[in-house]
Design a protein around this ligand. Structure first.
Ligand code: GDP
Length: 476
């Protein structure tokens, strides 16, 4: 197994992350006798989406580390172990901001682990958010550690684990591909080339409450009865991995049986399926959330609580979201035509209200029963996926930036303040698209400025409807 080591000063939450990654309380603890002190490191097998890796928690070092020179001792110990690792997770506390000791850990890693991919992880980020800008500010600071794009997460609540997955995946990819091959999911897999991204198999999750028509839609997508459909609970139990082709593209349905089973049990308190949903959302690139048109026509709100939670979570976790309003055939009668109209309007409006941070999330109206869903749904799914995979060349982004800044200085004088200090703009990552604005001096982009940039970026590069992230980094 590939090995990932968790590093960081005391109290940043290394053990919490370790526990979350191994998903159980106990772990093997092994002692590494080093001189006359015995230090231990916890060692476990982590599961994160389809990634499996060995994870080492260096938290056991803390006791003695804090009694002497942290780095001296940590170094002696971890040096040996580090040699085993492919990847280091460098944990910091998102709320505390960078501490002197964090900088030391960073220096140490740079010196002793130059060949190891280091990912800065901002833990305890559950209270920070994009809207107030606190997350962006913390990320900007974390960026100055010099290890690239930081990940914000909460080991305590599980928020952001998808990002961790996305960040780790490239380093551990070879191993994943091997596993996938073993499972006959992919006969030839190569990743890495930027243009290849959107040609990688698309992982689609079809989610929604019981009886909205997920299985029926699935059948329409598969164009064959591979999945049983019916109102009774627990009918869907075959193939966990379903694959089909759409316009020459491989599409994998993510743990469909699991989803259907769990959501069918969703009759009672829905917390279980919501908790479970995170895991599945994490494996999906695009989430198709299915709603029932007839229910919407009858109710005053289009989305039930569970649906709002799933939609929000999909976006928070950086997934592409497509909303599918099913059973439109039931609204076709004469007296329903007004209902039909109102459903057409109500759903996009409500989506916009519950997820204000992403404008233009696609909504498709279908009748899975009449077999009319396939093309409409897949067109949006593929379109969303392609946007989600898009990589914009830095030169183009910077030409764009100059135009946008010019435009903003004419039309929006207030904005000049921090915007004009952006020297350079670059995309650091796709899936979902993530950008960094490099800003001269200590200025921070305001929320309005960030929103303005995001909006312009989305409009000018046709990135509407998908989560796009912009972080800032201050440079001298
Ligand atoms: P799931 O629980 O979300 O998988 O829902 P199913 O696919 O099992 O569908 C639940 C019920 O709704 C079944 O009786 C389907 O025949 C019915 N149904 C599904 N899609 C449609 C549709 O587009 N129109 C109508 N009228 N009924 C549908």
């Amino acid at each position: 197994l590939p090995t990932v080591i968790i590093m960081g000063r005391p109290n940043v939450g290394k053990s919490a992350l370790f526990n979350r990654l191994i998903r159980r309380r106990e772990a093997l603890v092994y002692n590494t006798p080093n001189d006359h002190v015995t230090r231990d490191i916890r060692d476990g097998v982590a599961k994160l989406g389809d990634l499996r890796f060995r994870v080492l928690d260096s938290a056991g070092l803390e006791a003695e580390a804090s009694s002497g020179s942290v780095l001296g001792r940590t170094a002696a110990m971890t040096g040996d172990v580090l040699a085993l690792a492919q990847c280091a997770l460098f944990l910091i506390d998102a709320r505390d901001g960078l501490q002197a000791m964090d900088l030391d850990v960073g220096k140490w890693l740079r010196k002793h682990a130059p060949g190891i991919k280091t990912i800065v992880v901002m833990n305890k980020a559950e209270l920070l958010d994009d809207i107030s800008g606190s997350l962006a500010a913390a990320a900007g600071e974390a960026y100055t550690l010099g290890f690239g794009d930081p990940i914000a997460l909460s080991a305590e609540t599980g928020f952001g684990m998808t990002e961790l997955y996305e960040a780790l995946r490239p380093s551990l990819e070879d191993y994943v591909l091997q596993v996938i091959n073993d499972e006959d999911m992919l006969d030839s897999g190569s990743a890495g080339d930027e243009d290849v991204d959107s040609k990688l198999p698309l992982q689609l999750a079809i989610v929604g409450r019981p009886n909205v028509g997920k299985s029926t839609l699935l059948n329409a997508l598969l164009q064959e009865n591979r999945v049983l459909v019916g109102p009774e609970a627990g009918l869907t139990r075959d193939s966990i991995r379903v694959q089909f082709q759409y316009e020459g593209r491989d599409v994998y349905l993510v743990d469909t049986a699991g989803w259907l089973e769990r959501t069918k049990q969703d009759k009672g308190p829905s917390s279980l399926s919501i908790v479970q949903s995170r895991k599945h959302l994490m494996r999906a690139h695009v989430v198709a959330l299915v709603l029932d048109a007839e229910e919407i026509a009858r109710a005053r709100r289009s989305m039930k609580h569970t649906e709002v939670v799933i939609a929000r979570r999909a976006v928070e976790e950086g997934r592409g979201l497509v909303v599918v309003v099913n059973k439109m055939d039931l609204l076709k009668g004469k007296q329903s035509s007004r209902m039909y109209e109102s459903v057409l309007n109500a759903v996009p409006e409500e989506i916009q209200t519950v997820i204000p941070q992403v404008a233009g999330i696609p909504v498709v109206f279908v009748s899975a029963l009449e077999g009319k869903g396939r093309v409409a749904v897949m067109r949006q799914v593929v379109d969303t996926y392609e946007k989600w995979c898009r990589r914009l060349p830095t030169a183009r982004l910077n030409r764009w930036l100059r135009k946008v800044l010019l435009k903003s200085s004419c039309s929006f004088a207030v904005m000049e303040a921090a915007l004009k200090f952006i020297k350079y703009f670059t995309q650091v990552k796709a899936r979902p698209p993530t950008f960094v604005a490099f800003i001269t001096g200590k200025v921070q982009l305001s929320d309005t400025e960030l929103r303005f940039l995001t909006k312009s970026l989305k409009e000018d590069f046709d990135l509407g409807g998908i989560p796009v992230r912009i972080m800032q980094r201050n440079v001298l």
